[in-house]
Design a protein around this ligand. Structure first.
Ligand code: PEP
Ligand code: MG
Length: 586
């Protein structure tokens, strides 16, 4: 909740996660424990505070009535009666008068005063002998919670239908929240938790909206309705930005636009270095809605189709026909270019429900291919849909989270059996469909020779690989500073994977977020990666950068940084390289 009620500027810092600047109205979407704020009011703020109270009562009344009617229709009037009692509590004149008096006398904010009065009522009823009156305690608790939620701007925000263009402020945005989000009205978001590779951040990048994460306490410093500026380049949020701040940002926006225009002007050119080396730049997508942009950015196909978005948007496991249509639409939109469809990567933070539940240590649990091999029916349905979609273009299948040969063999056995089934049914599919695996677990990274010998291609998922190599949860803001792509262990592992793939003549790509960072793109090209797959919005800058460098210089840089033991020094070298390549555009 905002501590800033005098229209003063407040600066909040976090991790710059998705570039861009947004200015707009904050909508606070809280999910966890209610934290009732307490702050002083000036005399001239008392009336508007009481108006806020009236408004919250109206909203709460409408909500309770709506639930009441729904329950009455589905379960009957008897079951709905409890909500009549809630309405009586909400509009209890004695309680409301007490709250109003408390605001006027104590000059504290309405949430604090209401909570105080409600707590007094709860203690009073709790001490009653009469059982009926004692039971009123839970009514008061429920109603006060609902009203406080409305005052603070909590969960009852419907993320799927935002009332107006908004910047969402939340403790965290889970992949299922992200799947439901009303993308048309979302200007940007800020979360207390999260790191640079949280799935909500990946979504923000694909939507080309700013995101600042890992702020620890933005939800306590920003209130719904606050005017805020989110700077996703620098990882800053400004509450109540001043005129001079807005002016300064206006100037920056003009400069950034010039820079973007330069990058965009080369978008249709090939991704060639100055000394003639080339690399394929493909797109990461999570559905048909991203294909138009990917095509406009001249992506050389889809290097990673994250299929779990389809499952999250359907809140379950869609039938084969639904999946087939989704895959087919993407494959057709790619017009003959390759589309690498990754099989379901559920688990970790992506919870669909029923078979798939949140586990302790979920990133090390029944995730991705492990889940699919445990739930073969779900896996088979998806493979059938992918295989059938393969008739409409150039489809490849990719298994996520492979940690050993046995998983690959088991997955391939299911695939072979699904193919047999389709043949028996007379269904056609690409019988030579290529199959690859993601290298995102350290055990897979150390057996690249074995995996490469049994697959058509490899794709390095650095988002997970980094979290597993350094043992740093990619979503945990407390350890986000340890999540370091320039860690010598990460660079050595990347080099050894690429060397292993080259030795086996197996194409290797990188589809984690580092592929969208120009300097990393440069060193991955130098190490020998055949392609990079990245969020389409980052394609222009990466392509421009590659066109400004020589592979031989990038190779020299790789040799140099591989000898450095301190990642901060490595980052300096990378920045220097970037500066030399981009000049004033860096
Ligand atoms: C990765 O781990 O790098 C990756 C691309 O997969 P995701 O981010 O979906 O886990
Ligand atoms: Mg991954």
């Amino acid at each position: 909740m905002s501590e800033n009620h005098n229209n003063e500027e407040v600066l909040i810092e976090g991790i710059a996660a998705s570039p861009g600047v947004a200015l707009g109205r904050a909508v606070v979407y809280l999910q966890k424990q209610l934290d009732v704020p307490c702050y002083d009011l000036k005399d001239d703020q008392l009336e508007s505070e009481l108006e806020r109270f009236d408004q919250a009562i109206l909203e709460t009344r409408a909500e309770i009535t709506q639930i009441r009617d729904k329950i009455a229709n589905s379960l009957g009037e008897g079951e709905a009666r409890i909500f009549d009692a809630h309405l009586l509590v909400l509009e209890d004149v004695a309680l409301l008068d007490e709250v109003t008096a408390e605001v006027r006398n104590n000059k504290k904010n309405i949430e604090f005063c209401y909570d105080n009065v409600a707590q007094r009522y709860i203690s009073f009823f709790q001490s009653m002998e009469d059982e009926y009156l004692r039971e009123r305690v839970s009514d008061i608790r429920d109603v006060s919670k609902r009203l406080l939620h409305n005052l603070i701007g909590m969960k009852n925000v419907n993320l799927g239908h935002l009332a107006a263009e908004s910047i969402i402020i939340s403790e965290d945005i889970s992949p299922s929240d992200a799947a439901d989000l009303d993308r048309s009205k979302l200007l940007g978001f800020v979360t207390d938790a999260g790191g640079k590779t949280s799935h909500s951040v990946i979504m923000a990048r694909s939507l080309r909206i700013p995101a600042v994460v890992g702020t620890h306490d933005a939800t306590k410093k920003i209130a719904s309705g606050d005017n805020i500026l989110v700077d996703g380049h620098e990882g800053i949020i400004v509450v109540n930005p001043s005129q001079s701040r807005l002016f300064q940002y206006g100037k920056l926006a003009t400069e950034r636009k010039k820079r973007d225009d330069t990058f965009n002007s080369f978008i249709s050119e090939p991704a060639h270095t100055l000394d003639g080396a080339s690399i394929e730049l493909m797109a990461n997508v999570d559905g048909i809605q991203e294909m138009e942009h990917a095509r406009n950015m001249y992506a050389a196909g889809v290097g990673l189709f994250r299929t779990e978005g389809i499952f999250l948007r359907h809140h379950g496991y869609p039938p084969e026909s639904v999946q087939y249509e989704e895959y087919r639409s993407v494959v057709e939109a790619a017009e003959g270019q390759a589309v690498i469809i990754r099989t379901l990567d559920v688990g970790g933070d992506k919870i669909i429900g029923d078979e798939n539940v949140k586990e302790d240590n979920s990133f090390m649990g029944s995730r991705a291919i492990r889940f699919c091999l445990e739930n073969v029916d779900i896996f088979r349905t998806q493979l059938r849909a992918i295989l059938r979609a393969s008739m409409h273009g150039n489809v490849k299948i990719m298994y996520p989270m492979i940690s050993g040969m046995d998983e690959l063999f088991q997955a391939n056995a299911v695939l072979a059996s699904v193919k047999d089934e389709l043949i028996e049914e007379g269904e056609s599919f690409d019988e030579k469909i290529e199959v690859g695996v993601m290298i995102e677990v350290p055990s897979a990274a150390t057996i690249v020779d074995l995996l490469a010998a049994q697959t058509d291609f490899l794709s390095i998922g650095t988002n997970d690989l980094i979290q597993y190599i350094i043992a740093v949860d990619r979503l945990n803001d407390r350890v986000a500073h340890l999540y370091d792509p320039a860690h010598p262990a990460v660079l050595r592992t990347l080099k050894s994977i690429i060397d292993g793939a080259k030795a086996a003549n197996t194409p290797v790509s990188i589809c984690g977020e580092i592929a969208g960072d120009p300097v990393f793109a440069g060193i991955l090209l130098a190490m020998g990666a055949d392609s990079l797959s990245l969020t389409s919005s980052l394609l222009p800058e990466v392509k421009y950068f590659i066109r400004q460098i020589k592979k031989s210089d990038a190779q020299a840089l790789v040799r140099e940084i591989m000898r450095i033991n301190d990642s901060a020094e490595i980052v300096e070298k990378l920045k220097e390289f970037r500066q030399n390549a981009l000049g004033e555009l860096a």
